[in-house]
Ligand binder design. Sequence first.
Ligand SMILES: Nc1nc2c(ncn2[C@@H]2O[C@H](COP(=O)(O)OP(=O)(O)O)[C@@H](O)[C@H]2O)c(=O)[nH]1
Ligand SMILES: [Mg+2]
Length: 333
Amino acid sequence: MTLSNVERSENAQEKLAQLIRSDRNALAKTITIVENNLDGTSAVLSAIQCHLGRAHVVGVTGPPGVGKSTLIDACIAEFRKLGKSVAILAIDPSSHFSGGAILGDRVRMVEQSDDDGVFIRSVAARGHLGGLSATALNIIHLFDAANWDVIIVETVGAGQSEIEIAELADTTVVVESPGLGDEIQAIKAGLLEIADIIAVNKSDLPHADITVSELLHALSMRHSSKSVQVSKTCATERQGVQELVAEIVKHGVEVMQTNRAKCVSERSRKIVARVVGESVTRQFRKLNSKEADAFSELVQAGELNPDTIAESVIQNLISTLREPSNFPENEQN
Ligand SMILES: Nc1nc2c(ncn2[C@@H]2O[C@H](COP(=O)(O)OP(=O)(O)O)[C@@H](O)[C@H]2O)c(=O)[nH]1
Ligand SMILES: [Mg+2]
C-alpha cells in the first residue's frame, strides 16, 4: 500500500492507522502529504476519522521571546515522567522564505529528540491552501490517530490564525514574561480571552509578582465565569514546571470528562465554518467588476439585501451537503 493510494476500504484505513502508529517515518511522510495537500490527502483524512478523540491537545501561545519553546521543552520532560508520549507542532511564523523551522526552537527542543516518546514537527505559518488553522487541525488529527497522548501546539499569539489555532486546543496555555513594557502583551493581544492557564515565565527576572497580580486583576475584570489559573515558571531553571504540567493534566481530565466526541466534532466544525466563510468571501471578491457593480446597485436600490445573498449561498451549500455527489473531486492532481 502506498500512502498516496489509500483506498476507502475499512481494511486499508485500518492499515494506515497502524502504519502511522508504528512507524515515525510513515507519520512524517503522511504529515507532509496532508500539509501540502498532495494527492491522497482526503483519503488519509477520511481513513483516520474513526481514530480520533484520545489525545489531549494543549495550545501554547504568547508573544515572541517570552520563553514558550524553552517552557515546552521543560514540560515535555515532565509529561515523559508521567509516562505520556508527546507530539509537538510548532507553527513557525518567520519561515516564509527559508521554508524551515526557527533554528533556535529546533535546537532547544532537540534536547528531547532521541526519545521515542517525543515527536517534533514545525510548519511554516504561510502558504496553506484552506488556511493555516485547517492545516494545523489536520496535523493534530494525524497525531491523535497515531496515538500520541499529548499534542502540544506552539503558536505566536500575534496573528488571528495563530489565536484560532490556540482555540482548537482542549487546554490553552498563554505564556507571558515580566517587564516587557507598560502594558502586559498578552492582555493587549486579547489572549486572556482564550487562556485556560497563564504561565508567567522568566520568574527569575524582577517584577514577576507584579505581572502576576496585574494579570489576576485583568482576569477579575472580565465578564466570564471561566476560572483561569496563573502559574509562575522559570523554564531555564525548570522551576514551577512540574506544577504547570499538573495544572495542564488536571484541566485536560476535566475536558475529557465532558463529552470527548463532541469536542472533536466541535473542533472540526469551527474549522469548516471558517474555511467555508473565507472561501465564499474570496470567491465573491473574484467576481468581475461588472457583476460586483450589479450586486452593489441592487443592494443600494434596496432591491437586494446582503443577508439574502448570504442566505442563498448557505441554502445552496446545504443542498449540496445533502447530495454529496454534487461535490467536485476533492483531490489535487
Ligand atoms: N531568564 C530567563 N530566560 C528565559 C526563560 N525561559 C526562556 N528564556 C530565554 O528567553 C529567550 C527566548 O526563549 P524562547 O523559548 O525561544 O521564546 P519563544 O519565542 O517564546 O519560544 C531564550 O534566550 C531563552 O533562553 C526563563 O525562565 N528565564
Ligand atoms: Mg518559540
